[in-house]
Design a protein around this ligand. Structure first.
Ligand code: GLY
Length: 494
């Protein structure tokens, strides 16, 4: 039986995990290791006779010391970076303490987009996008000059959701211009990602697909997969999906397990894809993936449900949607993951819609310095009275007040019978004086979860659905560029 849990991380997603642990019926002491003092997580730890420790949770030695000092018997990892740095391997191998979070090898499914794509092709997982990887900038540039494809150019490694450029290339008369844009992006990206030496591939160029994105988060014990309700995340900084990409400015969910624009059949297909990925990881690496695996999915005209990326964790804010209404005891789930008995868990959620919206200081995400060091004033009691919840994120509780650290400062969760109703409640909070910065501005998105945006997505999904159902009956020609061989053409069917 688990009795002392250590949670790693300091953002709103970790606050939601801490809150779910604090609700547990088990006799648990909760500790958390973080770089800045998150008052929400601290409150949860205190409620469970524990405390927070300020320190570098990315460093395996620091984590090991806390595990030893506090006699921890389970470590729960919130964000991805400790996974990539081998924190789970260190805690399990050195201290023999189990973790909720995959070992470094298995976390490659998020760390390396190239690993994930290769796995999909090797194990015949539906939704296989054509892709090309490059370790050398000259090869990537040669590829771009040779092909006139519509592509997505991405960093091959997880790069905080940044660096992705999608370039359509349909008009022959614009090919030279587009090629120059692609070349400039590849050159810039190579320079930026070169600082990472933990994976060899630097750039991934992928066939461009368009469609409706959604996230499927799942618990897994390495063999069994327990899917959660779908959530849709909105990445762009500003209203109506414009501006730079962020970690996510808001997310919508429910009521029920799917979203208004995704059918139950598409949900099941998405679950099947994540299950096949977990099985492929086990076969390929010989390690069992324990923790949370999330498919960043897209409903595409080519495949229907398609994995664009994988997270080896809950999304942020997507994790807040599901955890804020999770009724099953999360410690039961953790114990079932450790004993590989997830099928005995019955996942239950409040059957309501949940909308989460982030508020970040102006400057985020492009100029973090502008977004740092502002005093936040927030009346949590009144926000709760109005039926919403506050999840603290990139803030530091100091003597002088709650100080912004530079990213999404808080996330507000609202609940309702429908998504627009829940969104309206959050908007009322964000536009009130209940949350503000003393000397600066907050940015947030009022459009997320609006009735019009949902109706638009239902219409778009129907068009995409007709396309992928028709294509399923066909076999189609594809072209592939092989380094050193040039373009080859062949056919495949699903
Ligand atoms: N919301 C996207 C992410 O967690 O990376």
């Amino acid at each position: 039986m688990v009795s002392k849990i250590l949670l790693l991380g300091e953002c709103s997603r970790e606050h939601a995990i801490a809150e779910a642990i604090a609700r547990s019926g088990h006799k648990i002491r909760l500790y958390a290791l973080m770089k800045h003092r998150n008052p929400g997580i601290e409150r949860c730890c205190k409620a469970r006779d524990g405390e927070i420790i300020i320190g570098d949770f990315l460093d395996p030695e620091t984590v090991l010391k806390v595990v030893r000092d506090k006699g921890i018997d389970l470590v729960v990892i919130g964000p991805e970076e400790p996974l990539f740095r081998g924190v789970v391997n260190a805690v399990e191998d050195v201290e023999g303490v189990p973790c909720i979070g995959p070992r470094r090898e298995a976390a490659q499914v998020e760390q390396s987009k190239a690993f994930m794509r290769r796995l999909m092709w090797k194990y015949n997982i539906p939704g296989r996008l054509r892709f090309w990887t490059f370790r050398d900038v000259r090869e990537a540039l040669e590829f771009i000059r040779e092909t006139g494809e519509s592509v997505a150019i991405k960093p091959a490694r997880q790069f905080g959701g940044k660096g992705v450029k999608v370039i359509a290339d349909f008009q022959a008369y614009l090919r030279d211009v587009r090629s120059r844009v692609k070349e400039a992006h590849v050159t810039k990206l190579f320079a930026e990602v070169s600082k990472y030496t933990d994976i060899e591939d630097k750039i991934l160029i992928e066939e461009k697909v368009e469609g409706i994105e959604y996230t499927l988060q799942c618990f897994t014990d390495g063999v069994n997969v327990l899917p959660l309700p779908l959530v849709q995340d909105y990445k762009h900084a500003y209203e109506y999906g414009i501006g730079p990409e962020t970690g996510g400015m808001g997310s919508i969910m429910g009521p029920g397990i799917t979203l208004p624009f995704i059918t139950s059949e598409e949900y099941e297909k998405s679950v099947q894809i994540v299950k096949m990925l977990v099985e492929a990881i086990r076969k390929e690496l010989g390690v069992e993936y324990r923790g949370i695996i999330s498919g960043q999915m897209m409903l595409t005209p080519v495949w229907g449900p398609t994995v664009i990326e994988c997270y080896a964790r809950f999304g942020d804010p997507e994790g807040v949607n599901v955890l804020s209404v999770l009724e099953t005891d999360i410690v039961d789930i953790f114990e079932a993951i450790l004993s590989r008995s997830l099928p005995k868990i019955k996942l239950e959620f409040k059957n309501i819609a949940v909308v989460v919206k982030a508020a970040a200081p102006l400057g985020y995400p492009l100029d973090r310095k502008l977004a740092q060091g502002h005093i936040m004033e927030i009346d949590e009691e009144k926000i709760v009275e109005k039926g919403c919840k506050v999840y603290y994120g990139s803030v530091d509780q100091r003597e002088e007040g709650l100080i912004t650290v530079g990213s999404r400062a808080v996330e507000i969760a609202g609940f309702g019978e429908t998504i627009p109703e829940a969104a309206h409640k959050v908007n009322e909070i964000l536009t009130s004086s209940l949350i503000r910065l003393r000397d600066w501005k907050l940015i947030y998105r009022l459009d997320i979860g609006s009735r019009i945006s949902i109706e638009k997505m239902i219409e778009n999904a129907e068009i995409i659905r007709r396309a992928y159902r028709a294509r399923k009956l066909e076999r189609y020609v594809i072209k592939e560029w092989i380094p050193g061989k040039g373009l080859i053409t062949y056919m495949y069917g699903e």
